[in-house]
Ligand binder design. Structure first.
Ligand code: HEM
Length: 408
């Protein structure tokens, strides 16, 4: 049969695909499959209103993210946050937006705390928190919102423990974190959330300067001084803020959305529980919660696939599309815990900025999901699935609330 090239959408310029298939909250918007086939590097108008290239194929996405010709200055996701200025100066300390030597200097100061070995030491703490929350939740038959009572507290407690942030202050930083990943804010609202969180962290760092403890924020002060290139307070605050915000929303959404998915697929649940590390990789690939990709800026003319990208152009590396590229993952729109090389996905990005917290996220997901389904084997949705609301207006996709019930 002759292979037919799918028709491109007729809007001009093209838009970022955002429409998910009705009834399937898990697959990425279908428009990506069309683009991968017909225009894998296409010119689009991003939701924030400026023109960018949209890169949709797995190989191209990895090539872009590994290429130092692309700057990360836009990695604040200005393409989907109209209240941000993509050309604004990058804040010192904003690890995710810095390039080259400035970026490696900061990354070196934190990376040791996130290695497999170091994070394994936190596993016991994560397990205790998971058990404590499940003890409280399952003590009697009932119903709860799994997002607020389980999926959010576990990563929040873990990142607080690691960084040395008092969990008692969670109302402030959980609220500001959720604002910072929202794409539907009024002008100036992100700046206001940064400002409030920065004020909070400034006081916290000042306290740690006086009285350092055995936590990452204290170590950052000491380590930076010992390196001969001390971080000034603004850098410390921005680096701390990046770690605190990134450590919350992403994993919490993965835990809640994975729970919903596994509730729907009881036949695959046992398979997932039999090999949690493998299952978590496939969940990360399949759900790809960083739903609008990551923004880059071409510092010189570069070829991406067959397309020449000019110096000064913006470009979106669509992580969810790459993870659903049929050329890399046969039957990509199916959840399949038996895939070979489950760790090749780009849910954590790729290249110099690949997620620092990925081992921590893995441990949190493994512990949370296995304990939840072992201890509440009859866990079920407490509302019709059609009534659930999803985070379409946030950098990180997920379910707003997940009311669940259990019997014993
Ligand atoms: C399932 C959970 C998570 C997902 C899907 C995720 C995803 C990502 C992605 C896609 C990037 C790359 C951004 C880019 O290239 O512009 C990234 C970077 C980053 N992530 Fe995560 N993340 C997760 C959990 C965490 C956790 C728990 C932390 C804890 C601190 C964290 C901290 C960071 C930091 C600091 C960066 C910036 C690294 C750099 O620029 O060098 N993330 N993450």
């Amino acid at each position: 049969m002759p292979h037919e090239t799918p028709a491109l959408p007729t809007t001009h310029p093209l838009a970022l695909p955002t429409e998910r298939t009705a009834g399937c909250p898990f697959d990425p918007p279908a428009g990506y499959a069309t683009l991968r086939e017909a225009a894998p590097v296409s010119r689009i108008r991003c939701p924030a209103g400026f023109d960018t290239w949209l890169v949709t194929r797995y190989d191209d996405v990895r090539a872009v993210l590994a290429d130092p010709a692309f700057s990360s200055r836009g990695a604040s996701s200005a393409h989907v946050k109209p209240d941000l200025d993509p050309y604004a100066d990058v804040d010192p300390g904003s690890i995710i937006q810095l390039d080259g030597a400035e970026h490696s200097r900061l990354r070196k100061m934190v990376v040791a705390e996130f290695t497999v070995r170091r994070v394994e030491r936190l596993r016991e703490y994560v397990r205790e928190q998971v058990d404590r929350h499940l003890d409280a939740m399952l003590a009697k038959p009932g119903r709860t919102d799994l997002v607020q009572d389980f999926a959010l507290p576990i990563p929040s407690l873990a990142i607080c423990e690691l960084l040395g942030v008092p969990y008692a202050d969670r109302q402030l930083f959980q609220h500001q974190s959720s604002l910072l990943v929202s794409t539907g804010l009024e002008a100036g609202a992100s700046a206001q959330a940064y400002h409030e969180l920065a004020g909070y962290l400034g006081k916290l760092f000042a306290g740690k300067q006086q009285d350092p403890r055995d936590d990452l924020f204290s170590k950052l002060i000491v380590r930076a001084e010992a390196s001969g290139e001390p971080l000034d307070l603004d850098e410390l605050i921005m680096l701390g803020l990046s770690l605190l915000v990134a450590g919350h929303e992403t994993t919490a959404n993965m835990i809640a959305l994975s729970t919903l998915l596994l509730l729907e697929r009881p036949e695959q649940r046992a398979q997932a529980l039999a090999d949690p590390p493998r299952a978590v990789e496939e969940l990360l690939r399949y759900l790809s919660v960083v739903q609008f990709g990551v923004l880059r800026y071409a510092t010189e003319e570069v070829k991406v696939g067959d397309q020449t990208v000019a110096e000064g152009d913006w470009l979106i590396a669509a992580l969810n599309s790459a993870n659903h590229d049929e050329d890399r993952y046969p039957r990509a729109d199916q959840l399949d815990f038996t895939r070979e090389s489950p760790r090749t996905h780009v849910a954590f990005g790729f290249g110099a900025h690949q997620c620092v917290g990925q081992q921590l996220a893995r441990v949190e997901m493994q512990e949370a999901l296995t304990a939840l389904f072992r201890r509440a084997p009859d866990l079920r949705l407490a509302v019709p699935k059609e009534s659930l609301a999803y985070k379409h207006n946030a950098l990180v996709y997920g379910v707003e609330e997940l009311p669940v019930a259990w019997s014993a």
